[in-house]
Ligand binder design. Structure first.
Ligand code: G6Q
Length: 562
């Protein structure tokens, strides 16, 4: 008796098996052949979604591959899963939460339900509050404790409360208010805070403490240091905190306990996952930098891509196609990573942002019902802006032994046009994608008069897959579309793999262990009962710390019980 599809292992389902069998047949099919056999391929396998153009023709797929991938999506009930997200169902099963970041960018007046409640009015109310606050800061109307206007904004947060704001600040710098200085402090390493604040005047500095839970070790430690720095810099008056600290959180009680007036708190909700929160109040620094109008355009970009994802037929749906292609490359062709290569300096932090979005979401080893998967899940996402990467790791992509699918991202227009730069930049994007796909044969290398001994070194196998994403220029709205595109690619992958893309239990174990070790280092004494390696590392640190002249006594040498 065949099991119902929901209980069948993914790799045992007919749609998956058909893809596996098909992959055996086409594994060695070269992009040179695919292009030679279909002169229209480069135009045919393209797609426009909102303002983004995608050329996916340089993937190692035939029309049959695409059909089979679309069948897999259907067999995995991708459509039902998308609807479940938009309906506010608790699709984050292990945390029992709805996943409604799409409501953060829903237009005013629309309806998005969570537990039967329309959340759009609350979302809009927070946006209004952010708008009012941003205007007061940007106009100089909001005064610090000594009466000076705010000139510096320091966002303190980590993970989802940092990576989005950092990326967006860089990405939208062209549109930002240059009279304000922005810094981002995330690391528990004190150097991050020290370097971020060393040239700032406390009297002109605003701290945004961005933490959904308001209990994250890194953020609360940095926030406490910020408070000390500010109060001591302003003559020891604790009342200074009121005009120099605001909070972004879901936890009013803890915000208030820290000493921040909840009137200066910008809320969000447990149905917004940290890595999906940059368009919530977590984006306050972004709004301060670019202003409320540009922030609204960013949201509009997200929303337009949401609508595309929700309504476009799968064969013309950009997140669906890119998600399926990544599954083809990862699960069938055996690629282990994806390189994201923006040819746009303002997107320099986009790969780092995507690392969390993709890998924290889909780096999972059990299915929604808790059974080990029998296939690979998230590939490793990484990347650097072009053309810099070309002079570093592209060698491996072109001639190494691994298959590295690439997403190239570029724009028709530079935000800061400068002489020939943009034509040269774009020539490089097109050239790289072409060189990866088609390579250079031994015959071609020989025909150039290359000595025989060098021929193997100068051959490019080609057949390296890539996507090219193009847009007119990097605007706030286009940035929103681009981020939503990848959010939904992650969703598609997670739906096919049948995993929970919205929890992150994998970050807990190390955190809990650190809590146990902290007093062992701070106190510097006391018995240790970890494994021998951890014990030894702690003892070594205790000895070294003691030698630095700390008050902490030197522990006995290795092997002796302290
Ligand atoms: C993201 C994760 C995680 C989170 C940080 C910060 O999806 O949940 O990166 O954003 O741990 O958490 P707080 O915002 O609660 O400080």
């Amino acid at each position: 008796m065949t099991k119902p599809p929901s209980l069948q292992r993914l790799t045992q389902r007919p749609a998956w098996k058909d893809l596996a069998a098909h992959c055996d047949e086409v594994r060695n099919l070269h992009l040179r052949t695919l292009f030679a056999d279909d002169p229209g391929r480069g135009e045919r396998l393209t797609l426009t979604a909102v303002d983004l153009f995608l050329d996916y023709s340089k993937n190692r797929v035939s029309d049959q591959t695409l059909d089979l991938l679309l069948r897999l999506a259907k067999a995995s009930d991708l459509e039902g899963r998308i609807e479940a997200m938009f309906r506010g169902e608790r699709i984050n099963a292990t945390e029992g939460r709805s996943v409604m970041h799409v409501a953060l960018r829903a237009p005013k007046g629309s309806t998005m339900l969570v537990d039967g409640q329309n959340v759009v009015p609350e979302v809009q109310a927070v946006l209004e509050k952010m708008t009012g606050f941003s205007m007061r800061i940007r106009s100089g109307q909001w005064k610090g404790h000594t009466g000076k206007p705010i000139r510096n904004v320091v966002n303190i947060g980590i993970g989802g409360s940092d990576l989005g704001p950092v990326m967006a600040y860089d990405a939208l710098m062209h549109y930002s208010e240059r009279g304000l200085t922005f810094r981002f402090v995330s690391n528990l390493d004190g150097s991050d805070f020290v370097e971020a604040t060393r040239d700032l005047d406390p009297a002109e500095t605003l701290f945004i403490v961005a933490s959904k839970t308001f209990s994250t070790l890194e953020t609360m430690t940095n926030a406490q240091s910020a408070r000390d720095w500010l109060v001591s810099g302003l003559g020891g008056d604790d009342r200074a905190v009121a005009s120099h600290f605001v909070a972004v959180s879901t936890n009013a009680e803890k915000v208030s306990a820290f000493g921040i007036d909840t009137a200066n708190m910008f809320g969000f909700w447990d149905w917004v996952g940290g890595r999906y929160s940059m368009d919530s109040a977590i984006g306050l620094s972004t709004m301060l930098a670019v202003g409320p109008e540009h922030f609204r355009s960013l949201l509009q970009g997200f929303h337009r891509m949401d609508e595309h994802f929700r309504t476009a037929p799968f064969s013309k749906n950009m997140p669906v196609l890119m998600g399926l292609l990544s599954i083809w490359n990862n699960n069938f062709l055996g690629a282990q990573t994806v390189a994201v290569l923006p040819y746009e300096q303002y997107l320099k932090r986009f790969p780092a942002y995507l690392q969390q979005l993709t890998m924290e979401s889909n780096g999972k080893r059990v299915t929604l019902d808790g059974r080990p998967v029998d296939h690979q899940t998230s590939p490793i996402y990484w990347g650097e802006p072009g053309t810099n990467g070309q002079h570093s790791f592209y060698q491996l992509i072109h001639q190494g032994t691994r298959l590295i699918p690439c997403d190239f991202i570029a724009f028709d227009h530079a935000l800061g046009p400068l002489g020939r730069h943009h034509d040269l930049l774009l020539a490089n994007v097109f050239a790289q994608a072409g060189a990866l796909a088609f390579g250079k044969t031994a015959e071609e290398v020989k025909a150039e008069g290359t000595p025989d001994s060098l021929v193997p070194h100068r051959v490019f196998e080609g057949n390296r897959p890539s996507n090219v994403i193009l847009a007119d220029r990097l605007t706030p709205e286009v940035l929103g579309q681009l981020i939503a595109l990848y959010e939904h690619i992650v969703f598609v992958q997670g739906a096919i793999w049948n995993i929970d893309s919205f929890d992150q239990w994998g970050v807990e174990l190390g955190k809990a262990l650190a809590q146990r070790i902290i007093p062992e280092l701070e106190d510097g004494t006391g018995p240790l009962d970890h494994d021998s390696s951890t014990n030894n590392l702690i003892r070594r640190y205790r000895r070294s710390k003691g030698r630095r002249g700390s008050r902490i006594p030197i522990s006995p040498p290795d092997g002796e019980t302290p």
